[in-house]
Design a protein around this ligand. Sequence first.
Ligand code: ZN
Length: 461
Amino acid sequence: MKSLTFRAVCLTSLSLLAAGCAHEEATSSNQTFFEHVSVIDGSGAAAQPNMTVIMQDGKIVSVTPDASATPPAGATIVDLTGKTMIPGLVSDHVHVGLYEGTDVGSKHFTRNVILRQLQQYERYGVTTVVALGVTRSPLFDDLRREQHAEQNPGADLFGVDQGIGVPGGAPPAAMMHVDDEQVLRPATPEAARAAVDKMASEGTDLVKIWVDTFTNGVAGKAPMPVMSPDVVKAVITRSHEHDLRVAAHIHDLHYAREMVADHADILAHGVRDTAVDAALINAMKSGGVWYIPTISLDESIYFYADNPDILSDPELTHGLSSELRNRFADAGWRKKTLADPQTAAARKAVVMNEHNLFTLYTAGVNIGFGTDSGATPLRIPGYAEHRELRLLVQAGLTPVQALTLATGQAAALMHLSDRGVLAAGKRADFVILDADPSNDIGAVDRISQVWRGGRQMSLTQ
Ligand SMILES: [Zn+2]
């Protein structure tokens, strides 16, 4: 019907429209058939072998067995024998423009740095990212619009304008070298409401709050001041009045409990100090609260010091700046890192985070997918997402369950009904792997092709 309509328009149009008509006719009669591929569709279903995925105009037309797919004349055929297709990965917790090389600071919140990072995500098969705050307007708002419209290469971008931090507290300005334009730090409920109003006026997708002392489990480390309860309540109430959901940075169980009791919508990190309990599980389930474990965040603190051999892994090296490579190769840096009390605390945090993720997953809590990649140079955009998939499997999930969190579930967390699964009518955002990850999640490293919005993306820098 669509092509008939376009033809009718063409017949009655003058030459001014002729080029446009030719283009529409060509694309509407020109489907792409991805044949003989195993499909992991992001819904939770197991891999389905010998499938054909039909694509047209940037969307998936159908996912059917090879035997029932007959390409019309003029269709493009892509033979994917031996390969596996998964939906483009969605990361619900990243940051952009916070560092370059090994240097952190507000001066890196630039168009060029952010677009480079979005391209890096895409090369790792992460086609949608959600930057959870520490951003600068209007650049962040412009880039979200441009990525939604596919004006630049790189992952689609959603996220939080600035976010609500604490005066003299989290997120730590001195550590991250972030300035007062990148994080709003209201001291009173009135100022908090004004901060939320500002973010809403800029079109933020969510509101972020930080509720944590930032001791990160290190004994003797001085706690930072935390957000006062009346400011927390003011932020959440005002956000909900704007129909905006609130994602909370937490580390410890008692803050997780408080956030859920105060009707926060998303816990943006895993609980890492102690085991979650039935009270939290029940409150999360009855409130429909989402949980993003971000296990690789703590692992990144020691992973590269533990594994110097990883520098010969081509999967890592294409996401590695020369500055970071030099740091990882430096025996002095490795020794200092391994002796740091933060490293011992981070190892414990990973174990507890994995335990809690498995408990919450098994209990049926809504779980998304994210890493906090891009917040520091060690949390390498895209590579961190591949580490996170491995850690979810280490926590007890099957590879398909882990991939389902990183695709269908991660999209559902963001209410993005147009992506995350491979099905008729969804965006043609997908990754072609050279091996089936069903039994070895490490196959996610073996990326052959990345498609976003029906276009094949370049995998070279
Ligand atoms: Zn974060």
